[in-house]
Design a protein around this ligand. Structure first.
Ligand SMILES: C[S@@+](CC[C@H](N)C(=O)[O-])C[C@H]1O[C@@H](n2cnc3c(N)ncnc32)[C@H](O)[C@@H]1O
Length: 218
């Protein structure tokens, strides 16, 4: 699965523009400028670039697509961006004050891999560290309903669909998102409408939480 995802994202690395909102005002209220921050699925580094402009320099971005990382390095050579080879985050446990995951889980359509990814995020976060994520929600308009129904049988799930260019994506129910983050302490959750990388308006969720409990349930 990871290899298919890598192949897809390498193929579109030069053409996609990411637009889900990052609320830097909320983030900077909780995280000091010297915080160590990981952007998981960083793409071409747009979020770390915003943080850099705000004075955050202890940041790292990782992404499975080496082409996406190459694009990021060419636009922002001062950012610390790395190609992720396996699902394991190449950093020690409890080494980050915050992990950012913007529109990441939509690209990881299946539950098993989502759980592995979330357990890695949990592992590298310090106790008391923050998770800032956003993602796409099920959107009950005709355009989306048609594609959810088209792929429901193939994937045994309503909300997983393929794009014409070959990517497999998932729009989540709110319950699925809250299940994913159930070990974190909720600070803020808010829903709104996001623009997708293909220019469509889709329901979205912003989640900000804290690693407070001792034993995760992954
Ligand atoms: C929709 S883009 C969002 C990029 C970035 N977070 C942003 O909002 O600007 C998703 C990114 O996640 C990366 N990705 C997809 N599956 C991944 C995985 N299993 N592990 C790490 N990165 C992944 C893709 O290569 C792509 O760059």
């Amino acid at each position: 699965m990871l290899e298919n995802q890598r192949k897809y994202w390498n193929g579109v690395a030069d053409e996609k523009e990411f637009t889900t909102p990052f609320q830097i005002d909320v983030f900077s209220k909780y995280l000091p400028k010297n915080a160590r921050i990981l952007d998981f699925g960083c793409g071409y580094g747009r979020t770390l670039f915003s943080l850099y402009n705000e004075g955050y320099q202890n940041t790292v971005g990782i992404d499975i697509s080496e082409k996406m990382i190459a694009r990021g390095k060419s636009i922002h050579p001062y950012l610390n961006l790395h190609h992720l080879i396996t699902e394991k985050i190449p950093f020690k446990e409890e080494s980050f004050d915050a992990v950012i995951a913007l529109a990441l889980f939509t690209c990881i359509p299946f539950k098993k891999q989502q759980k592995i990814t979330m357990s890695e995020i949990w592992r590298v976060l310090k106790p008391g560290g923050y998770l800032y994520m956003n993602d796409f929600l099920i959107t009950p308009n005709i355009y989306n309903r048609e594609r959810y129904l088209k792929f429901e049988k193939k994937y045994q799930h309503y909300g997983i669909f393929e794009l014409p260019d070959g990517g497999i994506f998932r729009h989540h129910s709110q319950e699925e998102i809250f299940d994913l983050v159930k070990d974190f302490q909720l600070i803020i959750a808010d829903t709104s409408t996001f623009k997708t990388m293909n220019g469509h308006l889709t329901n979205g969720i912003f989640y900000f939480g804290r690693k407070n409990s001792i034993l995760p349930t992954f």
